[in-house]
Design a protein around this ligand. Structure first.
Ligand SMILES: Cc1cc2nc3c(=O)[nH]c(=O)nc-3n(C[C@H](O)[C@H](O)[C@H](O)COP(=O)(O)OP(=O)(O)OC[C@H]3O[C@@H](n4cnc5c(N)ncnc54)[C@H](O)[C@@H]3O)c2cc1C
Length: 453
């Protein structure tokens, strides 16, 4: 790829094999992905993004887009192609009086929280502070505040986006409303988003932490979890359950709650039964700053491990499903791996399935299996464990999956992720990216009624 013409239009660095910093810039979260792009264009702002997209158009290149680099399928990197790298773009403007934040898409959630918490504001964000705001928001975005505030995409007010033509537009509820709808969950399919405006909430203190039980008690613990979260929890409380390891390698089953309501005394009362249940090994629940909770589980998912995921939404969690979950938790192949049950209710489920591109809105559980390990020789057995576990949970499937949990071998599941919204997304794709320039993603095929003929 001859990048001379791009260099003359570009303010940021363009890294090629052999440049200082090239190898660092092509590293992403999942160490199984080891791709060597021809060029990594490190954009300093929307004008650089426009130059890179126009270069891709002129040279018939299908670029990859890199935000936080967390996508497990490695969508941010490409072999022998162009990467539009947004990581230098970290401007953020917080408007405390209107409770909004406008953030460039190179920010991570940790960086976003750092600025917004200065003003006492938060919005639903990812569980790990090093995840990029962009990829997570564009896929829909689940997080601790979702039962009170909705998904991340339920709180987006505008998107600045560079389209496949290189033109830059803003999509809001009033302008390019079809695109605005599609960007609320439709991923990186429609262009390169350069900044996003979020609705913010006055939240600075939460009650969170973990209650750890021995894995031997997992059946009873998960039965209690199911009954507790389906008993009509207040919107301010979200509770996950997970099988994981303590830092010294002991397998445990954990409740991980987050109370984000203003009334902390009420939070203590609501959490009381969860903390009193059974005989926990440790109760680490505490009142803490919101930003501390947002970094609480970072050590469990560091950059640079090998990883393979499988996921599906479950419509229910009967005892037989719990038995299956426990059987696989007991036979996990890596002490670093975890299996999470993420219960959603409240604000998430009051949004109609077709109101945004993200369709899965009923109360229920997202099962996320995250295998993590160090050595490449071990790949087959950890992948096999994850796949077998996932298949065994199929009988309780709600028939849908979160697009941001899809791995490299899941491309065929994209229609499953969008369910009844897929056809409308295909039509929006045909309007804004008919040539599928942006195809290095969980791809939505451009499709119009005319193309059926
Ligand atoms: C440890 C870990 C924890 C996670 N926790 C959560 C969680 O709590 N909640 C949740 O919802 N998800 C979570 N995820 C999943 C996460 O949402 C996806 O991995 C998401 O793709 C990460 O976004 P990124 O910007 O870091 O990714 P990248 O790998 O940089 O980007 C992934 C893809 O997103 C698209 N994209 C990124 N930026 C742009 C842009 N500016 N314009 C257009 N397209 C773009 C592109 O298609 C790109 O290939 C987690 C992932 C990991 C690895």
């Amino acid at each position: 790829m001859d990048i001379t013409s791009l260099q003359s239009q570009f303010r940021g660095e363009i890294l090629t094999p052999g440049s200082a910093g090239y190898d660092e810039s092509r590293k992403i979260w999942n160490a199984m992905i080891d791709r060597r792009p021809s060029a990594i264009a490190r954009c300093t702002g929307p004008e650089d993004v426009q130059a890179a997209v126009r270069f891709a158009l002129d040279h018939d290149i299908y670029p990859a887009i890199r935000g936080g680099g967390h996508n497990v399928a490695g969508l941010a990197m490409v072999d022998d192609g162009l990467v539009i790298d947004l990581t230098p773009m970290k401007n953020i403007v917080v408007d405390p009086s209107n409770r909004t934040a406008t953030a460039q898409t190179g920010l991570t959630w940790g960086e976003f929280d750092r600025e917004t918490q200065q003003h006492g504001l938060a919005t639903t964000g990812g569980l790990i502070s090093t995840t990029g705001i962009a990829g997570l928001t564009l896929g829909g975005g689940v997080g601790w505040l979702m039962s009170r505030c909705g998904l991340v995409c339920d709180n987006t007010l505008s998107y600045d986006i560079v389209l496949a033509t290189g033109d830059s537009i803003q999509a809001t509820a009033d302008d390019h409303a079809d695109l605005f709808w599609a960007l609320k969950g439709g991923g990186g399919n429609f262009g390169v988003v350069t900044s996003i405006t979020y609705r913010m909430y006055p939240i600075t203190t939460v009650i969170s932490g973990m209650v750890l039980h021995p894995l031997a008690e997992a059946r009873k613990v998960l039965e209690f979890y199911r009954d507790f979260v389906t008993s009509g929890l207040p919107d301010e409380l979200t509770v996950y359950a997970a099988s994981l390891s303590t830092p010294d390698g002991h397998p445990v089953i954990a409740f991980i709650p987050c109370w984000c309501g203003d009334d902390l005394a009420q939070g203590e009362r609501v959490l009381d039964p969860l903390r009193k249940f059974g005989s926990p090994i440790a109760d680490l629940i505490n009142t803490m700053p919101y930003s501390a909770m947002q970094q609480m589980i970072d050590p469990g998912a560091p950059f640079g491990l090998r990883s393979y995921w499988k996921s599906r939404f479950l419509r229910e969690l009967p005892d037989t499903a719990i038995d299956t979950f426990v059987q696989f938790a007991e036979t996990r192949t890596s002490p670093r791996s975890f299996a999470i049950l993420e219960h959603a209710h409240g604000a998430v489920s009051r949004v109609q399935p077709n109101a945004t591109a993200f369709p899965t809105r009923s109360d229920g559980f997202d099962l996320v299996l995250i295998s993590l390990w160090d050595n490449a020789e071990e790949d087959p057995r950890h992948i096999e464990w994850t796949r077998t576990f996932h298949s065994a949970m199929q009988p309780w499937s709600a028939g849908s999956v979160y697009v941001n949990s899809l791995d490299q071998d899941d491309a065929a599941r994209v229609p499953e992720a969008y369910a009844q919204n897929y056809a409308r997304l295909s039509a929006v794709k045909a309007t804004y990216d008919p040539g599928n320039r942006f195809r290095r993603n969980q791809n939505i095929q451009p499709h119009t009624k005319a193309s059926e003929k």
